[in-house]
Design a protein around this ligand. Structure first.
Ligand code: ZN
Length: 124
C-alpha cells in the first residue's frame, strides 16, 4: 500500500467511526422521543436510563436538551415536571431543570426529586 493510500484509508476509518457515533446518538435520541411519547406519566432520566439501557444519566439530560429544541419544528412539545426539593417542596424553575440540580437554594437540602419528562403533540 502506498503511503498516500494508507493515509486515505486511515482518514476514512476515522470518518466512519465518527459517523457510527453520530448514528448511535441519533438512534438513542429517537428512542428517547418514542419512549416519552408512549408513556402515560412523566419519566425521570433514571427511568429513561433503565428503559433504554443507557449507562450515563448525564447523556440523557444532554439528549433531552437537544430533543426539546428539535421538537419545536415538528409540532410537539417536551413537557417537564420540574425538579423539587424533597424537604421544603421548593420547585426549581422549569427552564433550568432539564439538568438535575444538586442542592436546594432555599434549605440547602440535597434531597432533590428529579425532573421528569413527557412528549405530547402541541394542540393547534
Ligand atoms: Zn429545600
Amino acid at each position: 500500500m502506498t503511503l498516500r493510500l494508507k493515509h486515505v484509508v486511515q482518514k476514512t476509518e476515522h470518518l466512519m467511526v465518527g459517523i457510527n457515533e453520530l448514528i448511535l446518538m441519533q438512534t438513542r435520541r429517537e428512542r428517547i422521543v418514542e419512549l416519552l411519547e408512549s408513556v402515560d406519566y412523566p419519566l425521570t432520566a433514571e427511568d429513561i436510563c433503565q428503559e433504554l439501557d443507557i449507562k450515563q444519566r448525564s447523556v440523557v439530560y444532554e439528549d433531552i436538551d437537544h430533543i426539546s429544541k428539535s421538537l419545536k419544528n415538528v409540532g410537539k412539545s417536551l413537557l417537564v415536571r420540574p425538579a423539587r426539593c424533597g424537604k421544603c417542596d421548593y420547585v426549581f424553575k422549569t427552564k433550568s431543570s432539564s439538568k438535575r440540580p444538586s442542592k436546594c437554594p432555599k434549605c440547602k437540602s440535597q434531597w432533590i426529586i428529579s425532573p421528569a419528562f413527557l412528549i405530547r403533540s402541541r394542540k393547534r
